[in-house]
Design a protein around this ligand. Structure first.
Ligand SMILES: [Zn+2]
Length: 264
């Protein structure tokens, strides 16, 4: 049968069928391109969440280590310094809750993508503002820890505080000690180490047992992070953050756990 032999209704039908086919192709192309777009957006979101979590881990460790960074740190923090230290801790906890919400979005978006709900994926990802969370984290925690570091450096300065302050602000340094700052009047300020905490022996033994089974934990730093509940992409990947012993020594200062781990 040639086209010439076809009547008008048949030709109309063929044209409609062809148009329908093209429309279907266009729809299916649009769908797959939208899925592709959604999948790329989700990947970008995941990268930003991992970077946020890494930044949080680094700050959490730095916060825990702060009282150990200087051997002269021998007085418990008081007043404004302590308040600032606790404020960083509060902010870090808040960011941890925020991160858990982001992980929830991650999981839901992944499920939606698998169910080919590209629009839902895009909506979920668009509503999660990871960038401003990261900016807030840096502002609330990193800047504050920098300030605390500087305060501790000054307080434990082995020289005249006026001279140390000038060095800190890159001002011309007075050649002679001032004679009236705390250091000049009473000598170096000695700060006490943070109180050591008890490490429960049965818990420690269970931790050693796990370490023997899990080669990744042979590294003292990784082991200490695991015991103190400091997350890292490595621990998350190995699902060790879900282990019952993860964070079992959360109440013990990181430096103490680190020392014990290094002595194994
Ligand atoms: Zn002085």
């Amino acid at each position: 049968m040639t086209l010439l032999a076809l009547g008008a209704p048949e030709i109309t039908f063929l044209c409609l069928a062809a148009a329908g086919g093209v429309a279907l192709l266009v729809i299916s192309w649009a769908r797959s391109s939208r899925r592709q777009q959604a999948s790329e957006q989700l990947e970008g979101f995941k990268e930003r969440v991992v970077a946020y979590s890494d930044a949080m881990d680094r700050l959490k460790e730095r916060h825990k280590m702060l009282p150990f960074t200087d051997e002269d740190f021998t007085a418990p923090m008081v007043g404004e310094t302590l308040a600032a230290y606790q404020e960083v801790e509060r902010a870090l906890n808040e960011h941890r809750d925020n991160w858990l919400k982001l992980m929830d979005i991650w999981e839901r978006a992944q499920q939606q993508l698998e169910q080919k709900q590209a629009f839902e994926v895009q909506k979920l990802v668009a509503n999660a503002d990871v960038d401003s969370s990261t900016a807030q984290l840096n502002q609330q925690c990193q800047a504050e820890l920098d300030r605390l570091d500087a305060v501790i450096d000054l307080a434990t300065s082995k020289s005249c505080q006026v001279q140390a302050l000038s060095r800190h602000f890159s001002d011309p340094e007075p050649t002679e000690p001032c004679g009236h700052c705390e250091h000049c009047m009473t000598g170096p300020i000695a700060l006490e180490p943070m109180a050591e905490a008890e490490i429960d022996p049965p818990t420690w033994n269970r931790a050693l047992q796990l370490q023997a089974e899990e080669p990744t934990l042979a590294d003292p730093r990784v082991f200490a992070r695991f015991l103190c509940g400091v997350r890292s992409p490595l621990l998350t990947r190995l699902k060790l953050t879900k282990h019952a012993l993860f964070g079992c020594l959360d109440a013990v200062p990181f430096g103490q756990v680190m020392q014990r781990a290094a002595a194994i």
